[in-house]
Design a protein around this ligand. Structure first.
Ligand SMILES: Cc1ncc(COP(=O)(O)O)c(C=O)c1O
Length: 379
């Protein structure tokens, strides 16, 4: 029977222990598995290759995303590292220009030195992506959408069609919206990437990453690298993620509702110069996003009139927590130039508009009145 996604997630990992009937998937805290005799295996040999708790999570992710196979890693960057191993020296990737600073760092400091080159493009402009895809050596497009921190929207359907026509891969970092709101594989993408430390885990208590591949052939290649390089997620953290996933629909619904009210409040506020939230009517990517997704998420960026006000705001917040990361039940305020985007050179940040007056909010599930009062007090 095919189930709705809320049901699939609520029952993630249930019914996997026939011997005891344990409802929750046990945490199989074991490195290795005993064999009954030579040539026979339980299906599990060694936990880097496969572990029952991680497998429950990986199967849930594949089903939720609608892909052939899911993979869980020790961090989002370990998942991105695994994807980038699909490429060879001389290969080039077209990449969203305002993306998470750690993704920029792995591309520039780890993969460029071995010959895999990123070409950065404003992927909210399909014509710029089309031109970049035509450059020699391009093998794939890597989209982060909505982008980080300025929440630019890429038209996944249009870009995946362009890439497919050239036989290129489309990879989407879906961290900000998740499969509940945005379904890249159904829009034509080949691989979805996550920092599962964010909405999928949802409680700011686990660092994890995930990949889902659309086809068995891609899954086989990614599975080879996952096992060969070994940046896998441990069973305890896999269990925490399974538990987090069960409430993702409820969390995200509340987070989005809070975010909409906060974005509207900031847009009206006299001490705020600009607000970036794809749900606001003025956001340039709003129509594309609403055409391809079921919601606008719960990330907001805004700028204040002067950088001199930023330290005071970060010091005085009481409900928002001054910390980097996003997607959890606790609301966070982040200063991108000093935290998430510190590894992006200043000239690039300036060109992208990631300046010293820009703050980013990850809206949680608290009572929105408390969040609004906190912002009102510090602004
Ligand atoms: C959009 C996005 N992708 C990838 C990552 C990297 O994930 P992790 O921190 O789990 O390694 C992050 C982390 O903040 C992120 O925000």
């Amino acid at each position: 029977m095919s189930m709705n996604i809320e049901t699939l997630l609520a029952q993630a990992g249930c019914g996997r222990d026939a011997r005891t009937g344990a409802l929750s998937t046990p945490i199989y805290q074991t490195a290795t598995f005993e064999h009954p005799e030579l040539g026979r295996s339980t299906g599990f040999d060694y936990s880097r290759t496969s572990n029952p708790t991680r497998l429950a999570l990986e199967e849930t992710l594949a089903a939720a995303e609608g892909g052939a196979r899911g993979f869980a890693f020790g961090s989002g960057l370990a998942a991105i590292d695994c994807v980038l191993r699909l490429f060879q020296p001389g290969d080039r990737l077209v990449v969203t220009e305002d993306l998470y600073g750690g993704t920029f760092r792995i591309l520039e400091k780890v993969f460029r030195p071995v010959g895999v080159e990123a070409i950065y493009v404003d992927t909210s402009r399909v014509e710029l992506v089309a031109a970049a895809l035509a450059q020699p050596g391009v093998r794939a497009v890597f989209l982060e959408t909505p982008s980080n921190p300025l929440l630019k929207i890429a038209d996944i359907r249009a870009i995946a069609a362009l890439a497919q026509a050239r036989g290129l891969l489309t990879i989407v970092d879906n961290t900000f919206l998740t499969f509940l709101l945005q379904r890249p594989l159904e829009l034509g993408a080949d691989i979805v990437v996550y920092s599962a430390s964010k909405y999928l885990g949802g409680h700011n208590d686990v660092v994890a990453g995930a990949l889902v591949a659309r086809t068995p052939a891609l899954a086989e290649r990614l599975g080879f690298f996952q096992n060969s390089v070994g940046g896998v997620l441990g069973p305890q953290d896999a269990w925490l993620l399974l538990r987090g996933l069960k409430t993702l629909p409820l969390r995200l619904r509340q987070q989005q509702e809070n975010a909409r009210l906060i974005a509207e409040f900031l847009a009206r506020h006299p001490r705020v110069s600009q607000v970036w939230y794809p749900g606001l009517p003025a956001h340039p990517g709003r129509d594309v996003l609403l055409g391809e997704s079921a919601g606008c998420g719960a990330m907001i960026a805004f700028s204040v009139e002067s950088a001199a006000r930023v330290p005071d705001i970060l010091k005085r917040v009481r409900v928002f927590r001054f910390a980097e990361s996003l997607g959890g039940v606790e609301s966070l305020i982040t200063y991108p130039i000093a935290q998430t985007h510190a590894d992006i050179p200043v000239d690039i940040r300036d060109r992208l508009g990631i300046h010293d007056r820009l703050l980013r909010l990850s809206v949680g599930i608290e009572n929105v009145a408390d969040l609004l009062a906190d912002l009102e007090a510090v602004l």
